[in-house]
Design a protein around this ligand. Structure first.
Ligand SMILES: [Zn+2]
Length: 146
């Protein structure tokens, strides 16, 4: 979750937690690691952490961060979590059906699947997420909290 969105929509942060999900830190304002100085990047994540209180569970925007940012965050006990299935739901050139096929093709035990709640993807997400969850359950997958 992006920190500034949690400030804007605190009821959503509370609702996510109430439903038993774990919240991860995705910086304060979706800052890219290669677009910022190391100290700025880490303090941006810390600013988000003050709001989100994730226990330092962090996913870098775009999956990018510099080697120095990575090392400093590990040194400061951040848990950096990536993914192995990127749905590309944000891509305007792919359909909801394509996203669903992509998930079916690449998901395996232990997968972390990345969907997005942005305006670019929400139309597809509303169609595909319920079908994806149903399909995964029918395949015998379970959902676990990190
Ligand atoms: Zn992101």
């Amino acid at each position: 979750m992006v920190g500034e969105n949690a400030v804007r929509y605190p009821h959503l942060l509370a609702e996510v937690r109430k439903r038993g999900h774990r919240v991860g830190n995705h910086t304060y304002n979706h800052l890219g690691g290669f677009q910022s100085f190391d100290r700025q990047y880490i303090s941006n994540a810390q600013k988000a952490e003050e709001i989100l209180k994730t226990g330092k569970l962090f996913r870098p925007p775009h999956g990018w961060m510099s080697p120095l940012q990575y090392r400093r965050m590990l040194r400061d006990s951040w848990n950096i979590v990536m993914w192995d299935v990127l749905t590309r739901d944000y891509n305007h050139t792919v359909s909801a059906a394509w996203v669903f096929a992509n998930v079916r093709k690449y998901t395996r035990p232990g997968s972390i699947i990345t969907f997005h709640d942005s305006l670019k993807s929400i139309g597809k997400l509303r169609i595909i997420l319920p079908d994806t969850i149903t399909w995964l359950k029918n395949q015998g997958y379970e959902f676990k909290v990190l």
